[in-house]
Design a binder for this molecule. Structure first.
Ligand SMILES: Cc1cc2nc3c(=O)[nH]c(=O)nc-3n(C[C@H](O)[C@H](O)[C@H](O)COP(=O)(O)OP(=O)(O)OC[C@H]3O[C@@H](n4cnc5c(N)ncnc54)[C@H](O)[C@@H]3O)c2cc1C
Length: 262
């Protein structure tokens, strides 16, 4: 069975981020790039499935990112994945979610898969829409927000987190799942893993190798960033002193009425 894990390369979560007012894009120069932290849970889930299934099960890392990100992809390989494929092309710059999902789908058809495991969200764009859009373009079932995943024969099943519980979900392979942070505790790469990753293959695909029938990059984007503004500075809160719980409730109700929220 071939499991493919999608990983996004993102600016370091703690780094100061800046948007270029001219291009309205995130400035990536001078900011350290890291593996999207949410994707470490996806890698761990795939590795655990491989350990359980054994046999000829393999785990491939896939990333749509500039070739300069190869060394970051190697960190994902150091956790224990077998090989990696990257879709790297200057023509992808400015892709929105739909363009990203479409290009990734065409590349993943080429890479081949039985199961795709995605993280829930990236830490930069944070739409959480990519897994659903990718499943749609691939024409496979998409089981998202899983806190548990298992493969049994040709079936994938899992528990899908909701606001007030979970749903039991099931689909036939090939399929796509996205996993949440409650699914596992990602492993640290071992020294052996780090050394071994240096010899693992990272294949690079370009747009010319894909059968695209619509534009991607900024030409194909259905969304456009029109304007940007800094978040307003938060004003001082209002402190109230209530004599007891009932008085506190009365003051809150009055406040909400005043704001026309009740
Ligand atoms: C108008 C517009 C312009 C943009 N221009 C650019 C640009 O020039 N350059 C740029 O880098 N981004 C650009 N973006 C952001 C880019 O479109 C999104 O980063 C991308 O669509 C993925 O969405 P997300 O980060 O919200 O992923 P989410 O849906 O939050 O991510 C969920 C999961 O999908 C997977 N995933 C997401 N992205 C990738 C990826 N690239 N490779 C592999 N797996 C992935 C990961 O497993 C991740 O955990 C632009 C967005 C918009 C709206």
């Amino acid at each position: 069975m071939k499991i493919v894990v999608t990983v996004k390369l993102v600016p370091d979560t703690n780094a100061d981020k800046r948007i270029d007012p001219a291009t309205k894009r995130l400035v990536r120069t001078g900011v350290e790039t890291v593996l999207n932290p949410f994707d470490e849970y996806a890698i761990e889930a795939a590795l655990q499935l491989k350990e359980k299934l054994g046999g000829d099960t393999t785990v491939t890392i896939f990333s749509m990112a500039p070739e300069t990100g190869k060394e970051i992809v190697r960190k994902a390989l150091a956790m224990g994945a077998d090989d990696a494929a990257m879709l790297s092309d200057a023509g992808l710059e400015g892709s929105d979610v739909w363009g990203t999902a479409y290009a990734m789908a065409q590349a993943l058809k080429k890479v081949g898969f039985d199961l795709i495991v995605c993280g829930t969200q990236s830490t930069d764009a944070i739409t959480g829409e990519l897994p659903g859009a990718l499943a749609e373009y691939l024409g496979v079932p998409g089981l998202t927000y899983l806190r548990k995943v298992d493969v049994d024969g040709t079936t994938v099943r899992g528990e899908r987190e909701t606001d007030n519980g979970y749903q039991k979900v099931v689909a036939e392979l090939p399929a796509l799942v996205s996993v949440t942070k409650s699914i596992n505790e990602p492993r640290y790469p071992s020294l052996k893993g780090i050394m071994g990753a240096k010899k693992k293959t990272i294949t690079t695909l370009s747009l010319a190798e894909l059968a695209l029938d619509r534009p991607v990059g900024s030409d194909g984007a259905k969304t456009e960033v029109l304007d940007l503004a800094a978040a307003p500075v938060r004003g001082k809160g209002r402190m109230v002193n209530a004599s007891d719980g009932a008085d506190g409730a009365r003051i809150i109700v009055e406040f909400l009425r005043e704001k026309k929220l009740l």
